[in-house]
Design a protein around this ligand. Structure first.
Ligand SMILES: Nc1nc2c(ncn2[C@@H]2O[C@H](COP(=O)(O)OP(=O)(O)OP(=O)(O)O)[C@@H](O)[C@H]2O)c(=O)[nH]1
Length: 384
């Protein structure tokens, strides 16, 4: 294997990917990750170019110390770009810690650069640890595309292992290090390092595309006013539940705000909107996180309470009515006295189809309205 040729190829690819990422950043300046990753490619290219100059008479300060600092900054910038795809909170304290860690690494590089072997070990360990952090961040990723995130994570872990192997190789061949501060046997780890870096640079932009896709999907499933599932998404979730849990009992619930027309007529549409949003917030707070809830009409909501018996469901729904009446006595200084009516049916998906459940719950809701509102009616369902 001719190392200079492979290095040149990797430099060219990273340069092209770096320019491509920078152009993406110029097109979408809000996606700062593209800028960070394009800088990362730039650092890798500059660092590798300086490393390639080691056999030539240029000061070791540049070909060793500066080169290894640049090579370390490459994964650090990858890491910084990954933060926005994870649930990791980048607090002020964590930022300070990151700067301290980077400053320590650079000081160690500075102290060890006259000793190329030692510098190789330190650089490999620092780069390896940074790749471990990248894999850790991806574990907390908001991207729900397991094949993609796991592939990228595997590349980071492999890269980290490779760097640790390289450090071990230098340590075990301390007496026979070449001009680069590396043993001859490390040529394969170096080659793999170059290939993995290039592969990472090619894969990273996908993260941003997947995030955009996720954002658009979420937007199309949510109701703009309440942030609950919209009608279509609610019924999709319902169908999915019917298929996945045929024998788990559940309660299908229809919820409607009472005399809402009067609220609009008396206080105006803006207060009406706030009232709908407040009821939605209270309902989702009162239900469990695995229950399904959506806004299926103007002032009408539907919910599926999962794995629950009739008696408990009655208690839950009565509590919902009480809490709305108790907590929503005013909206933005307007003395709005909100109440809700509920109609519900107890279902076992394999015995009852969801269209009939919806119809029966709606009839039960009508019965609650007829009974004077601010009340709950439990409808009866016949097996399909
Ligand atoms: N502010 C606001 N009002 C809405 C929205 N969607 C529907 N509405 C209003 O909600 C009202 C619903 O009125 P009705 O269906 O007659 O029912 P109600 O007045 O609540 O009476 P009952 O349901 O019988 O207790 C209508 O006036 C709609 O214009 C919305 O998104 N925002």
């Amino acid at each position: 294997m001719h190392l200079p040729t492979v290095t040149l190829l990797a430099l060219a690819i990273n340069l092209i990917v770096g320019i491509y990422l920078y152009l993406l950043y110029r097109r979408k300046p809000k996606d700062r990750c593209f800028k960070l990753w394009s800088y990362s490619c730039g650092f890798f290219v500059l660092g590798s170019a300086l490393v390639a100059m080691r056999p030539y008479p240029i000061p070791e300060f540049f070909s060793f110390f500066i080169a290894d600092c640049l090579l370390l900054l490459a994964p650090v910038y990858v890491l910084a770009g990954l933060v926005q795809f994870s649930r990791f909170r980048y607090t002020k304290r964590r930022r300070q810690l990151a700067f301290v860690a980077l400053a320590i690494a650079i000081t160690i590089f500075l102290l060890s650069y006259p000793q190329p072997g030692l510098l190789s070990i330190m650089a490999a360990l620092a780069i390896g640890l940074t790749f471990c952090l990248c894999a850790f961040l991806l574990k907390k990723s908001i991207i729900t595309e397991p094949i993609f995130t796991r592939t990228l994570q595997a590349i980071f872990v492999l890269h980290a292992l490779l760097m640790f192997v390289q450090a071990a190789l230098v340590l075990f061949h301390w007496q026979q290090l070449n001009i680069h501060g590396l043993p001859e046997s490390s040529i394969y780890t170096l080659l793999s390092h170059i290939l993995l870096t290039t592969l990472t640079a090619l894969l990273l932009p996908w993260l941003s595309f997947l995030k955009l896709e996720r954002k658009l999907t979420l937007k199309s499933q949510r109701d703009g006013l309440t942030r609950l599932a919209n009608r279509e998404h609610f019924f999709n979730q319902l169908e999915y539940y019917w298929q996945q849990h045929p024998y788990t009992p559940a309660v299908f619930m229809m919820i409607d705000i009472d005399f809402f027309k009067k609220v609009n007529d008396t206080f105006g549409h803006a207060v009406g909107d706030r009232a709908i949003a407040s009821v939605a917030k209270l309902l989702s707070k009162q239900l469990r996180s695995n229950d399904i809830i959506g806004r299926i009409g103007g002032e009408e909501f539907a919910a599926l309470l999962i794995d629950i018996d009739e008696h408990t469901a009655l208690q839950v729904s009565q509590r919902l009515c009480q809490q709305v009446a108790k907590q929503l006595k005013s909206i933005e200084d307007a003395q709005v006295e909100l109440t809700i009516s509920i109609g519900m049916v107890h279902v076992i998906p394999s015995y009852h189809d969801h269209v009939t459940a919806f119809k029966q719950a709606d009839e039960a809701l009508y019965a609650s309205k007829q009974a004077g509102r601010n009340t709950v009616t439990l409808g009866k369902l016949h097996s399909a």
